[in-house]
Write a protein that binds this ligand. Structure first.
Ligand code: NAI
Length: 456
């Protein structure tokens, strides 16, 4: 049996980066992937949805070109078949990049379904298709899958094609006339933003009384208002009770209503993939279907690590990247650990949202002596020059005791790109007085951080 120092199960962002780093460090490494290298993120999640959203942004610009003194002849429209083909091209290019990087780092790639058969004194026996391998260490990176609750008609209509998950929606070659989105979280909002831009009548049905889950409350309201202006209809505090062939039935304040639909997107969260991996054969501890890990990504079983969505700590690709590095560093005996409190998150709607760290509410709940400064993005010259809807804001959360930033919440252009500058300030615990001495390029939207700092 061929022996590896490390076998990584799963080739998504967590898995492929762990394999790449381990290979680079000289460990004899295999990465087993059953579907497609790049995982959900590259093939049916983050990257494809961003190619869709960029097409919508171009169309939004064309539709509002006259606001910028540009005349566009004729009726602007989307060629959805082309959008899907372009998306496929983008995915292909990135997936081949991932494979090339793995190859360069001497990682053995195996395209098969992996199953952990047993733990022996020599290591773990892993079956991949018809072959068996011995691994001294394992990194489990099997990712997550959409939650499909037992709502009457839901499962059946995924089979008929009426209901889509993140996978099917990104292969849709025709724009639905009426799209109902179940769940006003990240996937739901990004797709609501896309389909409303390209001409669908979009209705969102969300169980909670706010959209975008943990997003700061005022930012969530601004996002809702701007999407409503684009025509998205929100039904908040509404529970879906059934899927029928012509729409979604839901309950509002005890009364039954129906949102007509010719396509439905189910985006109500994701759950870890831990079944049929053989985890029970080696006794890996789990909680609510996800693998329990410590801050070094170790499981309860020696030499077994779990990174990415499968540990369900923070289901974001960039969390998986960092977890992969921490796990490999731990294997290599280098001191490292995760800090989950400074992971930025981005919602790629138009306008986009960038957030990191505490909100004033969460800081106060933790008993911190915190305050908030909030300023409109119109403090930025570039923001005004490039936009006609000017609702963006930037909020910074400050710890008064340490005189450092502990949170930032921004809605507006490029927020997703420059939120990392505030993450760095939080992570490095930079004193506010030192942040004031940083020079920001002018004119940029990120200058808003400097402006806000001087309001503290
Ligand atoms: P989510 O957890 O972000 O949102 C799900 C929403 O559905 C919640 O607001 C919840 O209250 C609602 N909901 C749950 N059950 C419901 C029901 N029966 N009826 C109506 N509403 C219901 O999950 P989502 O949007 O599916 O995304 C899945 C994962 O993918 C998340 O972990 C997210 O972080 C990640 N993701 C991240 C992106 C980004 O960072 N830009 C983009 C897309 C996905």
């Amino acid at each position: 049996m061929d022996t590896f120092e490390l076998i990584v199960i799963g080739g998504g962002p967590g898995g492929y980066l762990a394999a790449e780093r381990a290979g680079h460090a000289g460990l004899k490494t295999m990465c087993i992937e059953k579907r497609a290298y790049g995982g959900v993120c590259l093939n049916e999640g983050c990257v494809p949805s961003k190619t869709f959203l960029n097409s919508a942004k171009v169309l939004d610009y064309a539709n509002h070109a006259k606001n910028y003194g540009v005349s566009v002849e004729g009726k602007n429209s989307i060629d959805q078949k082309f959008v899907v083909e372009r998306k496929n091209g983008v995915v292909k290019m990135l997936v081949s990049g991932v494979k090339a990087t793995l190859k360069r780092n001497k990682v053995v790639m195996k395209e098969a379904e992996a199953f952990i058969e047993a733990k022996t004194d020599e290591g773990f026996i892993v079956k991949a298709g018809e072959e068996k391998f011995l691994a001294k260490r394992l990194i489990i990176a099997t990712g997550s899958m959409p939650v499909v609750p037992p709502i009457p008609g839901l499962r059946e209509n995924i089979e008929t094609g009426l209901v889509m998950t993140n996978r099917e929606v990104l292969d849709l070659t025709e724009i639905p006339k009426k799209l109902v989105v179940i769940g006003g979280g990240v996937i739901g909002l990004e797709m609501a933003s896309y389909f409303s831009s390209v001409g669908s009548e979009v209705t969102v049905v969300e169980m909670l009384n706010k959209i975008a889950g943990p997003t700061e409350a005022e930012i969530s309201k601004i996002l809702q208002k701007t999407l409503e202006r684009k025509g998205v209809k929100f039904n908040l505090g509404c529970k879906v009770t059934a899927i029928e062939k012509d729409g979604v039935v839901f309950e509002r304040d005890g009364k039954i209503e129906k949102a007509p639909a010719d396509k439905i997107l189910c985006s109500i969260g994701r759950r870890a993939v831990t079944a049929n991996v053989g985890l029970e054969n080696i006794g890996v501890n789990m909680e609510r279907g996800a693998i329990i890990t410590d801050d070094c990504l170790r499981t309860n079983v020696a030499n077994v690590y779990a990174v990415g969505d499968v540990n369900a700590k923070v289901m974001l690709a960039h969390t998986a990247y960092r977890e992969a590095e921490v796990a490999v560093n731990t294997i290599l005996g280098k001191k490292d650990h995760m800090r989950y409190n400074v992971i930025p998150s981005v919602i790629y709607t138009n306008p986009e949202v960038g957030s990191v760290g505490e909100t004033l509410e969460s800081a106060k709940a933790k008993g911190l002596n915190a305050k908030e400064v909030s300023i409109p993005l119109t403090y930025s010259g570039r923001y005004i020059a490039e936009n006609t809807d000017l609702d963006g804001i930037c909020k910074l959360i400050v710890n008064n005791d340490t005189n450092t930033l502990i949170g930032a919440h921004i809605i507006g252009s490029y927020a997703g790109e420059f939120i990392v500058s505030v993450s760095a300030m939080i992570d490095l615990e930079v004193d506010i007085e030192n942040i004031k001495k940083l020079v920001f390029p002018h004119p940029t939207v990120c200058e808003i951080v400097r402006e806000a700092i001087f309001q503290i």
